[in-house]
Design a protein. Structure first.
Length: 702
């Protein structure tokens, strides 16, 4: 593609971003403004117009799906294969560097990558050994992940006890966890970047090698970077300083994973003479949707200002529905989807229902099953997370790395071989005494005296099988998989219902080598699954990041859910919830429907719910309101259209302070009803919540 043809497909701001290629560039790209387009066109421009060797361009993003899209677009623009180029996720590209260099950190280059399931199993075994309650393992794993994202190793934690809220039991688990990973010649997800940073900082020659190799760095979704990812980016870019960071501080929603929205502000300080380009033309949504989104996010402090606009037209007014409870809310959403589908306006795959927490999906699923509507839970168990697939992947991991004791424990009795927990515990105790892997200990037991014939016989059958498979690990991967099925008896044991998935696994292995195939499986998540079926997508707002749908429903727009009750007492957390709401709104292309329930069962109790405080930030006239009222038969319901000033024109808006002649001063939590009979819910410190009619309450606005 010629320079003129390439640039003709960009708007002026996108063109500006593509043409600026000397020094640091920060592209503030609003929702739907073409972030990935800028990255791919910039890659193509560097490669095709400036004749920069494509192998010297490092392009990083956050999901496998985004990386695949980036590769596909570059191939489409250049007409050349991108195989072997440095385009991928932070984690996959870090793994690629470590495959070449990790021996300098004391690991072997054939290391395994543990997914969250593997890590959880390892943590459980350590907790069991330390006699710590297993219920704690998820919290421990999350805390370890957070520390690694901040580049805090066990050694650093122990050396700075006062700085990180030191807990002796946790520190012991963290130290042991890292030791076990090293013994198993394995890395977990967070190690990939932490070890790459360590490699660069401890070995200047390695850093210099990759600084020379990468003359240009392109980073997508920069607002999602955590401390370790930002450090790695700075290290690699510090020589040439040709770094382009594309992101949107308004869409930073992964603080719980360690993402730091302030990295965007830090970028301008750490890279002097940074040029800033703002992408504000939105190609996704209608202007009405952008108006709602803009009014919510405008109140976020410290954001870099940008005002989205579109040529897509004004579009339909946003709808806001109030239901008596979560079941009626779900029925309203399901019925609305049914009407849209029957009118032929949209297919099911055009529609998404978003929610704040996974617990909300249950009633939505029930309502859609009642209506016979196809749906899928997005971000759930991925293909590689299914038991039968995970079992076979564990066989492959062990074949590639017999030091991997976590994979060994998964497969040793799968299919059943009468090697139960007692036998494994005996082998583990012996392995600790000998300070060697479980597999080497098994082979020692078979050859040595002092062990019962029963124990030897149980172990010998397993060892013989895997020894044969290890000897054949270099054959074509589809053939190796078939040998695993046959020699272990897994196919016949798993049964016909699992056969299709096992066949799909074999098909997906065509043309791939064992190591790259295992890396792909370990780094794959439910968020990477394609959305090909004609089914409604149900997902959390966090999972919807990067996606778009013609029709979006956002359920549970209530205080306690949006914003989440954990966030309301912390300013930073509350602003992240505001950004999360903004992300949900900007997933919609044509139609946006928001809903809430007056009562909702959350966890173990039914609670009175109040509309989200974020609704009061939306100006009058931006949406119309409906109220879902159950009919007498308690099954069907009527949708009653409410006046456009349902929330906003009354002076008694959420947050207003009022005085009651008997109960004193209170704060309005909700305002609703017909124009001539507005009702309010007020929280009085003296008596609690009171629901009042303005016609009779004698309230005075303060």
């Amino acid at each position: 593609m010629t320079k003129q043809a390439l640039l003709s497909e960009l708007n002026p701001q996108q063109k500006d971003a593509v043409l600026n290629n000397k020094g640091p560039l920060l592209v503030l790209a609003g929702a739907g403004s073409g972030k990935t387009r800028v990255i791919t066109y910039k890659f193509t421009y560097l490669m095709s117009v400036l004749k920069i060797p494509p192998a010297s361009i490092l392009a990083m993003t956050f999901t496998n799906k985004a990386a695949a899209e980036m590769k596909e677009r570059v191939e489409g623009l250049t007409g050349k294969s991108v195989n072997g180029l440095w385009i991928g996720t932070f984690h996959s590209l870090s793994a690629r560097i470590l495959r070449k260099e990790i021996d300098k950190l004391g690991f072997q280059k054939d290391f395994c990558i543990y997914d969250s399931s593997d890590s959880g199993n390892l943590i459980r075994s350590i907790l069991k050994e330390f006699k710590i309650h297993e219920a704690l393992y998820k919290g421990i794993l999350s805390k370890i992940s957070s520390l690694k994202a901040s580049l805090i190793s066990p050694e650093k934690l122990l050396a700075n006890e006062d700085s990180y809220g030191f807990d002796e039991k946790f520190a012991r688990v963290y130290v042991r966890y890292q030791d076990e990973l090293r013994k198993n010649n394995s890395l977990d997800f967070d190690d990939l970047i932490m070890h790459t940073v360590n490699l660069c900082e401890r070995h200047p020659d390695v850093l210099e090698k990759y600084q020379k190799e990468f003359s240009y760095l392109l980073i997508d979704e920069f607002q999602d970077t955590n401390a370790s990812q930002y450090r790695l980016s700075r290290l690699l870019a510090s020589k040439h300083k040709n770094i382009c960071a594309v992101g949107d501080d308004d869409q930073s929603i992964y603080k719980f994973r360690g993402a730091e929205v302030r990295n965007i502000q830090k970028f301008k300080k750490d890279f002097s003479k940074t040029k800033v380009v703002r992408l504000e033309q939105n190609y996704r949504s209608t202007q009405n949707i952008l108006n709602i989104a803009g009014s919510v996010i405008a109140l976020s402090p410290e954001r870099m200002p940008k005002k989205l606009w579109t040529e897509n037209g004004k579009g339909e007014k946003i709808c806001y529905c109030t239901a008596i409870n979560e079941k009626e809310e779900a029925r309203y959403i399901s019925q609305s989807i049914k009407e849209l589908y029957l009118k032929g306006r949209y297919s099911y795959k055009d529609i998404a229902v978003l929610y704040r927490i996974n617990q909300q999906s249950k009633v939505l699923e029930e309502a859609m099953r009642e209506n016979g509507q196809p749906y899928r839970i997005f971000g759930g168990v991925s293909f590689y997370g299914r038991k039968e697939i995970k079992d076979i992947i564990s066989y492959l991991k062990f074949i590639a790395n017999p030091d991997d004791s976590v994979s060994l424990k998964r497969i040793v009795n799968c299919p059943p071989r009468q090697i139960g927990g007692t036998t494994i515990t005996r082998v583990e105790n012996e392995a600790r005494k000998r300070d060697e892997s479980l597999y080497n200990t098994m082979k020692h037991i078979i050859k040595s005296n002092g062990y019962t014939a029963s124990l030897k016989d149980k172990i010998r059958g397993f060892v013989n099988i895997v020894e044969e498979l290890i000897d054949e690990k270099n054959i074509a991967l589809p053939e190796l998989l078939k040998k695993v099925f046959d020699k272990t008896g897994y196919s016949s044991w798993a049964g016909e219902e699992k056969a299709d998935n096992l066949t799909a696994l074999v098909n997906s292995s065509e043309g791939k080598d064992l190591r790259s195939f295992l890396d792909t499986a370990s780094l794959f998540s439910g968020l990477d699954e394609p959305l090909n079926d004609d089914a409604v997508s149900l997902m959390t707002i966090h999972s919807s990041k990067g996606l778009e749908f013609p029709v979006v429903f956002i359920a549970g727009i209530e205080d306690g859910l949006m914003p989440h009750f954990h966030a309301v007492k912390d300013t930073d957390e509350l602003e992240e919830e505001r950004r999360l709401f903004y992300v949900g709104i900007t997933r919609a292309q044509d139609m946006l429907v928001m809903s809430c329930a007056r009562k909702r069962r959350l966890y173990t109790s039914v609670q009175e719910q109040q509309p989200s405080r974020f609704l009061s930030d939306i100006p009058p006239g931006y949406y119309h309101c409906v109220e879902k009222r159950p009919r007498a038969d308690a099954v069907a319901s009527a949708i009653v259209k409410m006046p456009a000033n349902f929330f906003n024109t009354s002076p008694y808006v959420t947050g207003a302070r009022v005085r009651h002649p008997k109960w004193g001063v209170g704060v309005v939590r909700d305002s609703y009803g017909e124009t001539d009979d507005v009702k309010v819910t007020v929280n009085f410190p003296s008596v609690g919540m009171k629901r009042l009619s303005l016609k009779f309450a004698n309230l005075e606005k303060i």
